[in-house]
Design a binder for this molecule. Structure first.
Ligand SMILES: Cc1cc2nc3c(=O)[nH]c(=O)nc-3n(C[C@H](O)[C@H](O)[C@H](O)COP(=O)(O)OP(=O)(O)OC[C@H]3O[C@@H](n4cnc5c(N)ncnc54)[C@H](O)[C@@H]3O)c2cc1C
Length: 382
């Protein structure tokens, strides 16, 4: 464990209090304005949320995976757009540097990411390369002490506010993982421009947009790890970890949804009694609680396995598939338990129903998780 038990309990209590006292009351405003209150961002920085997964050597908390998912179970109890702000620094925006950066890259960028002074973004997806990420076209051509980047990245989380992009680009025209490298590109570099923020189904306040590279010259020192051809494998390792983080988030949100649905069922009366007395309503709560408990157990088990240094490609994909589909069903039942009120924006379940739809799509769709799981199973039994 990175933290002793007492310190972990204090951290979890602090995050729970922050979620209940600061984030939950700000949910409606974030949903209607799409603007993250600066005071809240500062408090997230002070709590250390941006640096959960970055070593204390660089100013982070250096949590183990188990500790990280426990924190995310708490963070999930509110609008996921809040988590999304720090989420890239905890996961896909920092982990490529943690895993594969040179000492110089780590020393320079990790303290900035851990403190939240800089927001990191992970730019893999392109208009023509989503699930088939290896077919990406963004190119990086060596030119003396520089590389020149050309291409477009799509749906990039936190891009509108990012200070640093981990950009996957092709350094060779061959097919295969060895032809893709990762570059650390700072916002404001000439030749890097941003599209307009995307209009999305949910998670208002969590921003995405296109990131466009047109003859964007970056120094050769921005090549991650100083080595060409390692970017794709690093990206896949980053996603293995990210999938556990997203799965934990799905569990946290499901807990909130079951709580909201149970409270509503106890208050709402029909036929002269609380709807919670009806067994058909109870069945919806029971199914949701059972599924969320199963996902919670899966996530904790996989996180512990990862902390033991074992490969968790299979488990991370199982968790992401199950937990993201689970929270979709739980949100659907929560709306159903609310009846007509569940369709109204006044109730949080309406918003969560839209917010959670994303989890089955990004960091690998459910179908991609199935492909990964089947590949790993067949590999083991061939
Ligand atoms: C809000 C949001 C934030 C995002 N943030 C980021 C980010 O920060 N960085 C980043 O790089 N990307 C990001 N993405 C992109 C995201 O990871 C991709 O959208 C996702 O991987 C799917 O790719 P696609 O949209 O091109 O869909 P496609 O790959 O075109 O898939 C369309 C459908 O075909 C199915 N499909 C595709 N291939 C197969 C197959 N082999 N077998 C079976 N079914 C298949 C898919 O499951 C899906 O149902 C984000 C997306 C969204 C919506």
């Amino acid at each position: 464990m990175a933290l002793d038990n007492e310190t972990l309990t204090l951290l979890l209590d602090a995050v729970r209090r922050f979620v209940n006292e600061r984030l939950v009351p700000a949910e409606d405003e974030l949903a209607s304005t799409g603007v993250m209150p600066e005071g809240i961002v500062q408090e997230m920085r002070e709590l250390g949320l941006f640096g959960l997964s970055i070593s204390p050597d660089y100013g982070g908390l250096g949590l183990t995976m188990e500790e990280e998912v426990r924190v995310v179970f708490e963070l999930g109890q509110t609008s996921p757009a809040f988590r999304s702000l720090a989420g890239t620094n905890i996961g896909i925006g920092s982990q490529s540097i943690v895993m594969s950066g040179t000492d110089e890259q780590r020393n320079h960028y990790l303290p900035l990411l851990a403190s939240g002074e800089v927001v990191g973004s992970f730019a893999l997806t392109e208009p023509e390369a989503g699930s088939d990420a290896m077919s990406l076209r963004t190119s990086a051509v060596r030119d003396g002490d520089h590389y020149i980047l050309n291409g477009t990245k799509r749906f990039i989380t936190n891009a509108p506010i990012a200070g640093l992009f981990s950009v996957m680009a092709r350094t060779s025209q061959e097919r295969g993982a060895d032809s893709i490298s990762c570059f650390l590109v700072e916002a404001g570099t000439p030749g890097l421009t941003l599209g307009k923020p995307d209009k999305k189904m949910g998670q208002a306040g969590a921003l995405t947009c296109d990131v466009v590279f047109e003859d964007c010259r970056v120094p050769a020192s921005s090549l991650l790890g100083g080595k060409e051809g390692t970017g794709f494998r690093t990206a896949m390792r980053v996603l293995d970890k990210g999938r556990l983080h997203i799965s934990a988030l799905c569990v946290g949100i499901a807990e909130r949804l079951v709580r909201d649905a149970a409270r509503y069922a106890l208050e709402r009366k029909q036929f002269g009694q609380p709807i919670a007395d009806f067994q058909l309503v109870q069945a919806m709560l029971a199914d949701s609680q059972t599924e969320l408990y199963a996902a919670r157990c899966m996530v904790l088990d996989a996180a512990r396995k990862r902390d033991r240094g074992e490969n968790t490609t299979l488990e991370a994909a199982c968790c992401k598939l199950y937990a993201s589909e689970m929270v979709g069903r739980v949100a659907d039942r929560a709306v159903q338990i609310h009846g007509g009120a569940g369709y109204m924006a006044e109730y949080a379940v309406e918003r969560f129903y839209r917010d959670v739809r994303l989890f089955r799509i990004y960091e690998g769709t459910s179908q991609v998780q199935q492909v990964v799981i089947a590949r790993e199973v067949l590999k083991a039994h061939r």
